[in-house]
Ligand binder design. Structure first.
Ligand code: MN
Length: 452
């Protein structure tokens, strides 16, 4: 039972002197860590957070026996490694795994144990939120779990819907039909747009003349768009997308959008992007600071909410700059992707040489450039002597039998690396000279999955 396992995790936390949290460097992982950090501080529990690209046994070397280790958004597939250290641990993950083993020193929580689909219905930040509610009155953190779910492209149904309803009920966010763009103003939102991706993404002059033609102000706030403007934008933007895109993608341009009722970031999609971009750019401390609640003593000694403090605003400005850099890097790679895409029989791949953006480049290519085959984005230049690969599929490929979690896990293992993730999105790290072999094996597995 989920409730029982959460209670066990709370017991571990109560007994712990110090808590070490390891979480993933994407929006879901950072939101999950943010939720736990707030909830623990409210209980006067000290915690130290480390945001990492992926699980690595070596991170546990510096942890002492009297510390409780909490893994967010990772750990289900590493439970043997974790248990072998003898450390007490809590795992809050939502990735699919091979087998469930019980260990005395580990509380292992994963939606799949409770009949909840971890790829669509509950993310790591959702699991962390349920745990935070066992620790105290933390309903004001519910919006962060929605940020995580959106970041992981989940549906806001079932378990996620329970959390969404709490965020709406507590008046933290509002739901409105709107253009689903990131950013606060239209110009920035469109110039940096990678999901949806348009021909004018990255081209400020192009976006400006587009808005001029529609007679909409460049600095119009997305949350202030009128219904007529939303309709006009929707009709004009959809015409700019390639004809062969599936409806699931086209319909994403307009839909339920969420806006914060308080604070300096209004657009929830923007917060998702900020956390993700900063995490991927190695600025996770900055991203985490934007998730913090609590009181702050300002220069004139008055006590104000942290999210209204000068420190918060400076952090936000810096985070926005990193977000902009990140988006521009992704757009640069996607711009000329069509000519650089290479194909095997059952997959397509592209090599890029920038760190931290493989996942977003893969998502954008499969959704807006080339949707027919699973895409593998390969980065050899991440500096740690390994090739980093991100893969993405589509719902229709998954329906045909493609499971990229298995593809990357098996292929990476066979070439001496590691991989895994979700059926529709996964990743791998492999030795530098093994790219061709890895792709051969992956190609063959996908062929068999599709029954070809
Ligand atoms: Mn996640």
């Amino acid at each position: 039972m989920l409730a029982k396992d959460l209670d066990n995790a709370v017991e571990f936390i109560k007994l712990a002197e110090r808590i070490r949290i390891f979480s993933h460097n994407d929006a879901d992982g950072i939101s999950a860590a943010g939720i736990l950090c707030n909830a623990l501080l409210r209980k006067n529990k000290r915690c130290q957070i480390t945001i990492i690209k992926s699980f690595d046994k070596n991170i546990l070397n510096g942890v002492s026996k009297d510390e409780l280790v909490v893994f967010c958004d990772m750990g289900s597939n590493d439970i043997e490694d974790i248990s072998s250290t003898g450390l007490k641990a809590v795992i809050l993950d939502h990735h699919i795994f091979d087998k469930k083993d019980d260990y005395d020193n580990i509380v292992h929580i994963n939606p799949y144990f409770y009949g909840i689909d971890g790829s669509k219905e509950l993310s790591a930040s959702g699991v962390s939120y349920f745990l935070s509610k066992k620790l105290g009155k933390n309903e004001d953190l519910s919006y962060l779990a929605i940020v995580g779910a959106i970041g992981d492209k989940q549906d806001l149904e079932k378990a996620n819907e329970i959390i969404l309803n709490e965020a709406l009920k507590h008046n933290l966010i509002e739901k409105r039909r709107n253009i689903k763009l990131s950013g606060e103003d239209l110009l920035t939102g469109l110039v940096h747009s990678i999901d949806p991706y348009f021909d004018f993404s990255g081209d400020e002059t192009g976006v400006k003349s587009f808005l001029d033609r529609l007679n909409i102000k460049h600095d119009k706030k997305i949350y202030n768009l009128s219904e007529e403007e939303i309709e006009l934008l929707f009709k004009s933007l959809i015409k700019m997308l390639p004809d062969n895109l599936p409806d699931e993608v086209k319909n994403c341009i307009v839909g339920d959008a969420f806006f914060m009722t308080d604070g300096h970031i209004k657009n929830l999609l923007f917060l998702v992007d900020i956390l993700n971009s900063c995490g991927k750019m190695g600025k996770s401390g900055l991203a985490l600071s934007l998730c913090l609640k609590g009181k702050y003593k300002s220069k004139d000694e008055t006590i104000i909410p942290y999210h209204n403090s000068e420190e918060f605003l400076n952090n936000l400005k810096e985070a926005e700059r990193y977000t902009s850099d990140f988006k521009i890097s992704v757009i640069k790679e996607v711009k000329n992707a069509e000519t650089r895409l290479k194909k095997r029989k059952n997959l397509q791949y592209i090599e890029i040489d920038k760190e931290g953006i493989t996942g977003e480049v893969a998502s954008t290519i499969i959704r807006y450039i080339s949707p027919d085959l699973p895409i593998f984005v390969i980065n050899k230049a991440n500096g740690d002597g390994e090739i980093k690969i991100s893969t993405r599929g589509t719902r229709s490929l998954v329906k045909k039998g493609v499971d990229l979690a298995k593809v990357t896990k098996i292929s990476a293992k066979k070439v001496g690396g590691r991989g895994g993730g979700h059926n529709i999105a996964s990743g791998a790290s492999i030795p530098l000279d093994k790219e061709d072999l890895f792709l051969d094996i992956a190609d063959d597995i996908i062929k068999r999955q599709m029954g070809l």
